[in-house]
Design a protein around this ligand. Structure first.
Ligand code: ADP
Ligand code: MG
Length: 268
């Protein structure tokens, strides 16, 4: 377990381009921010503003093929030198994920393996990165499934993804991400697909786990209610750029940018 105090992530001038045609415009442009150890940074903005692209770039998932990423994203793992998360090769990125850095994707079905039981896949990071036995990993997986609110977890551990609801699948994704007790969790709209009461429960659990583990979180959402609930700091994106950032109370109570004001005014 790592209790980070200083900055856990320093992103400077992150830009993301799709298509390598000369003169193609970046979808995300010169985004800079820092994430502080043990805190939650919310990334907000309307649909299409570049939130998910930013999250994916932070795991070196866009720095290949037809997409290009520039800038730097130094991650401080607690010991050893910083690692630039934007430009890792596949092997290094895999090693870091599931161990120090975890991500919860917006669409849970794409990241669950349909042919593995829930218990087996939730325990995967422990088997691969922590040398846990199958039995140990399963026991901890069941514990984590219980914590994220899966009823009858010991039995559910033997179910397959298609046998549970979308809301349950999203909880399973959260359990998979949290089980390795990552230093940094990037969560892309992890509760958007869930109904409001379940959303509140999950946010509560995430907050508790975060405090216990001293984990840092980058929480992508379009929901300002969630921001007030969970974040320490906020970054507001519009059309691929950061228009405003700061401590959550300052941004929500005294927004400086017209877009942030409009966003706040649209909340019922
Ligand atoms: P958000 O998560 O804020 O809703 P995204 O980060 O998904 O927005 O998308 C930001 C912009 O990047 C959008 O205009 C989207 O169409 C574009 N985009 C996302 N992925 C790709 C891709 N693979 N190829 C081309 N454009 C993309
Ligand atoms: Mg998105």
């Amino acid at each position: 377990m790592t209790f980070q105090t200083g900055n856990v992530l320093e992103v400077e001038n992150l830009s993301v381009y799709f298509g390598r045609l000369p003169g193609s415009l970046p979808v995300v442009r010169e985004v800079s921010f820092t994430a502080v150890g043990g805190q939650t940074l919310a990334v907000v903005g309307e649909s299409g503003s570049g939130k998910s692209v930013t999250g994916l770039a932070l795991l070196s998932l866009l720095n290949r093929g037809l997409s290009k990423v520039t800038g730097s994203g130094n991650f401080y793992p607690g010991s050893g030198p910083p690692v630039d998360l934007l430009h890792l090769d596949t092997r290094k990125m895999r090693a870091l994920r599931g161990d120090r850095v975890a991500m919860i994707f917006q669409e849970p079905m794409t990241s669950l393996n349909p042919s593995l039981t829930l218990g087996y896949q939730v325990g995967e990071a422990l088997r691969i990165h922590r040398g846990a036995s199958r039995r140990q990993a399963r026991a901890e997986a069941i514990e984590m499934l219980e914590r994220v609110g899966i009823p009858d977890a010991p039995r559910r551990a033997d179910s397959y993804p298609h046998e549970i609801s979308g809301g349950m699948r999203q909880r399973v994704m959260i359990a998979s991400a949290m089980i390795s007790r990552p230093t940094l969790l990037i969560a892309d709209e992890p509760t958007t697909a869930l109904d409001v009461t379940i959303q509140a429960q999950i946010l509560d659990e995430l907050k508790k786990l975060q405090e216990e583990m001293g984990m840092s979180m980058i929480f992508i959402t379009h929901d300002l209610g969630v921001v007030a609930e969970i974040a320490h700091a906020v970054l507001v994106m519009y059309a691929g750029q950061v228009v405003e950032q700061g401590p959550v109370r300052r941004v929500l109570e005294r927004p400086r940018h017209p877009y942030t004001r409009a966003l706040l005014a649209s909340v019922p």
